[in-house]
Write a protein that binds this ligand. Structure first.
Ligand code: PEP
Ligand code: MN
Length: 321
């Protein structure tokens, strides 16, 4: 922890500050009175204590490292996700339509994508849409459809949850709970998903910093998530010109957390041709796999059809790996 001190804090002020710090950090003793504008303390302090330190007279700010702030998410443990996704054999492809729309098209897509090399199925029932008039997903009516797809293909299901009240029921069928970009900061949802016992896929919110992403991962781990996968999806919500995928941050997230990081090229691309290009760039840039929109009916999809690639295009992509 680095404590930034007021510029003209004199010796008496510094002495008082050290006394107050010692009271807040039982067991810590200052070696000497700091002369500069920075006081470095290597001593664990909880978030509540940090808030009190920030508020002490003579203090202008407190800086914490990622590992002080997110001890679980930065432990760097290299976890092999043997179940439900296996990252030990090369890139993992989770593919499927943006949302489940009807039984016939979903089961046909599931079978075709499995044959084309998918390792998991996108299986969204609830869609967080920017417009309240847009298709919101088929909801619980789709649970038996995705359960059937899982039974037929043997593939694990990656399903977005948008509300803590969905988590329990979704967990009875789904293998990975997806936290979408808009919900990365939905802390009650993170708590519920973390304690569900299911693996969680956490997307980076649009424009979120690495630290904000890590803090959301920390919520999931603190509340019990054992298997966690991160996913970079880019910064743009509406732009059709800038995908905003941040491969540098993706690599940094991999390094700091030791967790697998997927890339979603679809929502960044907003166009199926660009989605394929971004997918290849992501894999070349070190992504551990893809969460990609693909189906047998992209041209008639109610949602995100323009960016959904065909099962054949997905097969060509997967065949390269
Ligand atoms: C999705 O993957 O279906 C989705 C809604 O993406 P995002 O949360 O990244 O917008
Ligand atoms: Mn979509």
């Amino acid at each position: 922890m680095i404590i930034k001190l007021q510029k003209n804090l004199g010796a008496p002020g510094r002495g008082i500050l050290l006394q107050r710090l010692a009271r807040l950090l039982p067991g810590w003793r200052p070696r000497r009175v700091p002369s500069g504008q920075i006081l470095k303390i290597e001593f664990p302090a909880g978030a509540d204590t940090v808030a009190l330190i920030e508020n002490l007279p003579g203090v202008t700010g407190v800086l914490l490292s990622n590992s002080e702030l997110c001890p679980l998410a930065t432990s760097g443990r290299k976890k092999i996700f043997s179940a439900p996704l296996n990252f030990g054999r090369g890139p993992v492809f989770a593919a499927g339509p943006c949302a489940v729309e009807d039984e016939g098209s979903y089961l046909a897509s599931a079978a075709a994508l499995k044959a084309a090399g998918a390792h998991a199925l996108r299986a969204a029932l609830f869609k967080p849409r920017s417009s309240p008039y847009a298709f919101q997903g088929i909801g619980w009516a789709g649970l038996k459809i995705i359960a059937r797809a899982k039974k037929i293909t043997g593939l694990p299901l990656v399903t977005e949850t948008t509300d803590p009240r969905q988590v329990n029921r979704l967990s009875s069928v789904c293998d990975v709970l997806q936290i979408g970009a808009r919900n990365m900061r939905n802390y009650e949802l993170l708590k519920e998903a973390g304690s569900s016992g299911r693996a969680v896929l956490l997307k980076r919110a649009m424009h979120a910093t690495l630290r904000e992403w890590l803090l959301s991962a920390e919520y999931l781990l603190k509340y019990g998530a054992k298997n966690l996968i991160l996913c970079e999806r880019g910064d743009s919500a509406f732009s059709t010109t800038s995908p905003g995928l941040d491969f540098k941050m993706m690599r940094e997230a991999k390094k700091v957390t030791g967790l697998p990081v997927l890339v979603d090229p679809s929502h960044a691309a907003k166009n199926r041709k660009i989605a394929v290009k971004l997918a290849l760039r992501a894999l070349r840039s070190g992504a551990d796999g893809l969460l990609i929109e693909a189906s047998v009916t992209p041209y008639t999809a109610k949602v995100d059809g323009r960016q959904t690639i065909t099962a054949e295009a997905f097969g060509d992509l997967a065949a390269k790996y």
